[in-house]
Design a binder for this molecule. Structure first.
Ligand SMILES: [Mn+2]
Length: 407
């Protein structure tokens, strides 16, 4: 008895991996099909687990006009679920809101929530009855507090599930503030489970009754780190809910922090990082961002190697690609406290700008290289470039000062 659901959200099918320029063509191929592979694994999981219902909580497509092949892909996956007598309930989110007549219709047996908060009542094979409440976006920006329109669940012999593609108020998530809600508002509805969508990070907001963001099915940029997939939920009246995170993404973004001090040999850095990679699953592909925390006494030879293609190639393994490196200065020996004096000097520098001759002097070594002189002679007089470089230098200095004062 009881009911079993697979809760999926934010598939963002047809979404490009943003800001990825890569020298690895085979990686690009893998990335193109990564989201669809994750979805296929989830459908297989639902079938293997014989779930009663698959809940799809918005942003299945990345846009309102996904390519036709992608639309057929989703249709096929949903048909597979239906063929295994699994109920499918789907709502649209801010990315795939119901704005256009789709070229490919979803299978007719899929329950699609309308733009008003509606109730759908389903019967499971074991004879349980489930009331599902939710709505679909009919426009990109739903800023209304839709939660106020969800009814309070009355029939305690039925299970109640809320589907909501929305923003938890007060959270620091970068996603848009659409259909905002508070935990209290959700609890006031007396539902057994809240299946949330919209935020790409998986989150258990409350254990009992469970309130969960399942997160997206595949990390799409370097900030979307960790395992991705869906959540399998078994509800049984009077018993604790069972929750299992399902991990299906085959490409995973990870972050590494590594501190380099004077005593480090270059080889040791490579060995240490490689050892971390060794602990990762070998049937996945990892895309890694490394932040080097660099002490002031690190040798210039090592500093020069960081963030170079050479470095990346030394670190790349068969299934691990270093996508981004970043240096953070970490000067313990000469901490500068960020007191009022420093701040005043700082403001002064900002207001005055940077003397042109300082820029020329600093860039001398770059611009005098033969390649630069012959191929890109105009860079020297490029004011936009100068401005960007100076801005970045100022920011780095500020960051270094700030970090020094913070610890
Ligand atoms: Mn969304």
């Amino acid at each position: 008895m009881g009911i079993k659901c697979l809760h999926i959200s934010d598939m963002h099918l047809d979404s490009p991996f943003k800001n990825i320029t890569t020298h690895y063509p085979d990686l690009m191929e893998q990335m193109k099909s990564a989201t669809e592979k994750s979805v296929q694994s989830l459908v297989q999981k639902a079938i293997d687990e014989q779930v009663d219902i698959v809940l799809i909580v918005g942003d299945s497509f990345n846009s309102t006009k996904p390519n036709v092949r992608t639309q057929f892909f989703l249709k096929e996956q949903l048909e597979k679920l239906l063929a295994h007598h699994i109920h499918v309930v789907l709502c649209y989110g801010n990315h795939d809101y119901m704005g256009h007549q789709p070229l490919v219709n979803l299978p007719k047996d899929v329950y699609v929530l309308s733009s008003e908060v509606t109730q759908i009542t389903l019967h499971t094979h074991s004879g349980e009855i489930v009331d599902i409440y939710g709505f679909s976006y009919d426009t990109n920006h739903v800023t209304e507090r839709k939660i106020t329109r969800y009814p309070i669940h009355q029939n305690m012999t039925h299970y109640a599930i809320g589907m909501l593609h929305g923003y938890l108020e007060g959270s620091q998530s970068k996603e848009g503030v659409y259909a905002p809600f508070s935990i209290q508002e959700l609890n006031d509805k007396h539902y057994d489970y809240w299946a949330l969508g919209h935020i790409h990070k998986r989150m258990l907001l409350q254990e009992q009754p469970p309130i969960i963001y399942s997160g997206n099915v595949q990390g799409l940029n370097r900030h979307e780190t960790g395992e991705k997939g869906a959540v399998l939920v078994s509800l049984n009246k009077g018993k604790p809910t069972q929750i299992e995170w399902v991990n299906t993404s085959k490409i995973q973004w990870n972050k590494i922090d590594y501190t380099i001090s004077k005593t480090h040999h270059f080889e040791q850095i490579i060995t240490d990082i490689s050892c971390i990679f060794e602990t990762w699953e070998s049937d996945k592909t990892y895309l890694v961002s490394i932040t080097w925390h660099v002490h002031a006494d690190v040798s210039p030879e090592i500093l020069e190697l960081l963030n170079t293609r050479e470095m990346k190639e030394s670190l790349n393994k068969k299934h691990v690609y270093v996508i981004k490196e970043e240096n953070v200065l970490q000067d313990n020996s000469q901490k500068i406290m960020l007191n009022d004096d420093v701040l005043n000097v700082w403001e002064d520098i900002r207001e005055r700008g940077v003397d042109e001759s300082i820029y020329d002097e600093a860039m001398q070594s770059v611009f005098s290289q033969t390649k630069m002189r012959t191929l890109l002679p105009s860079l020297r007089s490029d004011e936009g470039l100068a401005e960007t470089i100076i801005k970045r230098a100022i920011n780095r200095l500020a960051l270094a000062l700030y970090k020094g004062g913070e610890e």
